[in-house]
Design a protein around this ligand. Structure first.
Ligand SMILES: NC(=O)c1ccc[n+]([C@@H]2O[C@H](COP(=O)([O-])OP(=O)(O)OC[C@H]3O[C@@H](n4cnc5c(N)ncnc54)[C@H](O)[C@@H]3O)[C@@H](O)[C@H]2O)c1
Length: 312
């Protein structure tokens, strides 16, 4: 069957399945993949119904099997997940979607010889990680979400398939809402600044976290998936990549360059605890060496792009 499928792939070109395609990353990754491989090559799916994609619950093993077989899928971008803040409120559901859902996708990827991208997160790091997180360090996350991401990274190494991932920092973008993560304040703040001229931030002003503008994250994803497998080492389940690190106060200052009357108060909630358990910055030498990773957006460039994009 594999030989037949490989021949079909050569004839038809890549067939790419995206799970969780309606989320913050999927909304932009689907467009980027279609720009490279053609509109029809990409099959967006999500558990939510929407005219732009097909319904697929990653807990439905038979459903994934059917779609991959029927559509001759050769590559999967698995974005379906519960993020940190939502995950901590529903730990069992978080485990189910993030771990059992991934196990299902891995099983089908193995069965049909698909390549697989499955994102990790800076949430794999715990309080014992140095403030500038190295690629290799003990992974003792404080959140259930972080634990699910550690399992995902390990699966990439043990699965026996071509499976890769990136430890995305907090992602900042304007095309789709942020999906219930601890770093969502760095997205919400732009909407509030433009609409109300004020934001009440749920982390302290001195909270420094690794962040990244979405364009950098999408480019990193495509670049990593383009590299021949033999060039990738033991970090392939979750590469550290750095974008820009900033405190909430520095973010406010950068926004005030555009909106001098913008004000921000700081009322930390439970998400402060998750943020405190994560590093301030990311060390990304391994990604730079193995596949040439290099960020393009610093804080001010990201803020300029966000404000321009939201103003339309
Ligand atoms: N956005 C970030 O800042 C960030 C940072 C680090 C890692 N990540 C990782 O990137 C991936 C995508 O994140 P995102 O920000 O796009 O998340 P998101 O919450 O915006 O989107 C996730 C999507 O998954 C869908 N989904 C939920 N349960 C599902 C199920 N059972 N079956 C199918 N689909 C389901 C949701 O409807 C949603 O559209 C996740 O693995 C996340 O952990 C994101």
């Amino acid at each position: 069957m594999f030989k037949y499928r490989q021949k079909l792939t050569m004839y038809m070109g890549k067939r790419i399945l995206v799970t969780g395609a309606l989320g913050q990353i999927g909304t932009e990754l689907v467009t980027a993949l279609r720009n490279v491989h053609g509109y029809d090559a990409v099959i967006p799916t999500d558990v939510r119904e929407n005219d732009d994609c097909r319904v697929l619950n990653v807990l439905d093993l038979e459903g994934i099997d059917y779609l991959v077989r029927e559509e001759n899928v050769s590559e999967i971008y698995h974005l379906a997940a519960l993020l940190s803040a939502t995950g901590e409120k529903n730990p069992e559901l978080c485990w189910d979607i993030n771990v059992v859902g991934l196990e299902n996708v891995v099983e089908i990827a193995k069965k049909y010889d698909c390549r697989l991208f499955s994102p990790s997160s800076i949430a794999v790091f715990g309080p014992d990680c140095p403030k500038i997180a190295p690629q290799v360090t003990p992974l003792n996350p404080a959140t259930i979400y972080g634990k699910t991401k550690v399992v995902g990274e390990q699966m990439a190494i043990t699965s026996g398939i071509d499976m890769r991932g990136i430890r995305y920092p907090g992602l900042v973008s304007y095309k789709a809402p942020a999906g219930g993560g601890t770093t969502d304040y760095a997205v919400e703040i732009f909407h509030a600044a433009l609409k109300d001229g004020h934001y009440d931030c749920f982390v302290r002003e001195d909270t420094r976290l690794p962040m990244m503008y979405m364009d950098d994250a999408i480019r990193a994803t495509l670049e990593l998936m383009d590299i021949p497998m033999e060039k990738l080492g033991a970090a392939r389940g979750g590469y550290n990549i750095a974008g820009c690190s900033f405190t909430a106060k520095e973010l406010v200052g950068s926004i005030q360059r555009h909106l001098p009357d913008f004000t921000c108060t700081f009322t930390p909630d439970i998400r402060q605890n998750y943020a405190d358990s994560w590093p301030d910055e990311i060390e990304d030498e391994v990604a730079r060496l193995e596949w040439g990773w290099k960020p393009e957006f610093d804080l001010d460039k990201m803020v300029d792009t966000m404000i321009k994009g939201l103003k339309g």
